[in-house]
Ligand binder design. Structure first.
Ligand code: ATP
Ligand code: BTN
Length: 250
């Protein structure tokens, strides 16, 4: 696969930048990599924090013939593609946390290695474009660790030596292209069993943090065919969409 690469020394957010470039008509498979982001975005107004060399931050523009309505499960497929790319580099302990995080367990605690932020353009009927933003920690130092309100880990720490960010990027892009082409053809249901196999909390006890601040204990049953999470709670089996809850291990 070929990509249109743009490497920026600094930008506020590669997602914000590529959303704007996409409207201007940059081609399918444009990838913007930033050495530094000054306002990296997470979901729901949260931040992605990093310093120079501290994380691999990029966004990939993927155009789809279908409308936004046909893209449910896209961020899960992106996570699967990334986990497989990392496993291919020997980082076999990396797991997925529904819906959009890459995590790893060290000293009995789950730590966040990376996150995905997808922003869509186009209407529900189609065609549509997705700006797929990926942040992968390379090196999490103590200053950064203090700024993040959850446990974080870097690929270099995990690997035991410094990885070449270009090589990591190359592997991620190749895996993304392969998975995104299959997703365009088959949708998420094709990946559902594979995704569940990499889920850190598959059939595990978890705490569900609802958007209203409430915390609900439960047990993960499975991922549904369209990508929602099935959890058994005190009131029976409930189905959650991304954006409704944050999952933490119990
Ligand atoms: P969810 O479980 O809902 O995905 P989340 O807490 O991971 O929740 P996101 O919006 O996915 O939330 O990610 C943003 C969050 O990621 C920030 O609020 C912060 O806690 C964390 N974060 C920010 N920068 C980093 C980083 N470099 N490494 C790890 N975590 C980070
Ligand atoms: C999350 O964990 O919620 C998602 C974090 C996504 C961060 C990446 S870094 C590259 C791209 N540009 C952004 O502003 N955000 C994403």
């Amino acid at each position: 696969p070929w990509f249109h690469m743009q490497v920026l020394a600094q930008v506020d957010s590669t997602n914000r930048y590529l959303m704007q470039e996409s409207v201007r008509g940059v081609p399918h498979a444009t990838c913007v990599v930033a050495q530094v982001q000054t306002a990296g975005r997470g979901r729901r107004g949260r931040n992605w924090l990093s310093k120079l060399g501290g994380s691999l931050t990029f966004s990939l523009l993927w155009r789809f013939q279908c409308g936004a309505a046909g893209l449910s499960g896209l961020s899960l497929v992106v996570g699967l593609a990334l986990v497989r790319a990392l496993h291919g580099m020997g980082l076999v302990d990396v797991r997925l946390k529904w819906p959009n995080d890459l995590i790893v367990q060290t000293h009995g605690e789950w730590q966040k290695l990376g996150g995905i932020l997808i922003e869509l353009q186009g209407d529900m009927e189609g065609p549509s474009a997705a700006v797929i933003g990926v942040g992968l920690n390379l090196d999490v130092d103590t200053t950064l660790r203090q700024q993040i309100d959850q446990a974080a880990m870097g690929l270099n720490q995990l690997y035991g030596k410094a990885l070449d960010p270009n090589q990591v990027l190359g592997r991620c892009l190749a895996s993304l292209a392969e998975h995104l082409n299959l997703f365009a053809e088959h949708g998420f249901s094709y990946f559902q069993p594979q995704w569940a196999a990499y889920h850190a909390f598959h059939q595990q006890a978890v705490d569900l943090h609802l958007v209203n601040g409430q915390v609900l204990p439960g047990r993960v049953i499975d991922i549904a065919e369209e990508g929602s999470l099935l959890v058994e709670t005190a009131s029976g089996i409930q189905r959650f969409n991304a954006g409704e809850i944050s999952v933490r291990s119990a």
